[in-house]
Ligand binder design. Structure first.
Ligand SMILES: Nc1nc2c(ncn2[C@@H]2O[C@H](COP(=O)(O)OP(=O)(O)OP(=O)(O)O)[C@@H](O)[C@H]2O)c(=O)[nH]1
Ligand SMILES: [Mg+2]
Length: 197
């Protein structure tokens, strides 16, 4: 992996940039992933959750969560000396999902984050992604300490994912595992679109 320059500028070796969308349900770890991966100070648009969220957003598994993304997250990672990814994180609250279509514009692919403790949310996410973004996508299961350890083939079945869709586990707080998921997506998008990244 190439390192960012100390002033945050793109390394001179970078010849190509690609936009990646990161989507997922409420509190699945999108902002966390962009924060752990980005080589520049990430842009976050988080607001404190208010009572309006009570009964709408399920905080059962997210006891520490107080803020939610209301517009987007933005970060950058140089994954090979020649290729940098611009990461756009989508808001997870349902009322902001109509923003996904705009955020997807120009993206080469989308990484859908999934929390297996709330698998039902993921169906809606994948549906929304296919319907409004129509992008090559990969799925990353963000493992929380109390997530059950389902084998990946079982999860593929449960999510009704095609055999060619990359499916990985990750820890959104961990840079290396998050970058691995992103690289799987980039390779998949490259194959599907016959693009060389
Ligand atoms: N244990 C654990 N906690 C995580 C992980 N990823 C995120 N969290 C925590 O889970 C909560 C939700 O993470 P966020 O990154 O805010 O999730 P998000 O998808 O951006 O949420 P919205 O923008 O509200 O949709 C935060 O309190 C994180 O600290 C993880 O991989 N493991
Ligand atoms: Mg967020």
């Amino acid at each position: 992996m190439a390192s960012a320059t100390s002033d945050g500028c793109l390394p001179n070796s970078v010849q190509q940039v690609a936009k990646i969308l990161i989507v997922g349900g409420f509190g699945v770890g999108k902002t966390t992933m962009i924060g752990s991966v980005s080589e520049i100070e990430p842009l976050r648009t988080e607001e404190t959750m208010t009572e309006a969220s009570a009964g709408v957003d399920d905080l059962t598994h997210l006891p520490g969560k107080q803020r939610t993304t209301v517009a987007l997250d933005f970060g950058r990672i140089t994954v090979t000396p020649k290729l940098a990814l611009y990461l756009f994180g989508a808001p997870g609250q349902h009322r902001f999902w109509n923003a996904w279509e705009g955020l997807a514009e120009g993206a080469v692919g989308a990484l859908a984050l999934v929390d297996t403790r709330r698998l039902n949310d993921s169906f809606a996410v994948l549906d929304q992604l296919e319907r409004y973004a129509a992008l090559p996508f990969a799925v990353a299961v963000n493992l929380f300490p109390d997530s059950r350890n389902h084998p990946l083939p079982e999860l593929r079945d449960a999510l009704d994912l095609p055999a060619h869709t990359p499916l990985t586990t990750c820890d959104a707080r961990d840079r290396t595992s998050s970058i691995t998921a992103l690289i799987k997506l980039v390779n998949h998008a490259a194959e599907l679109t016959s693009t060389r990244f």
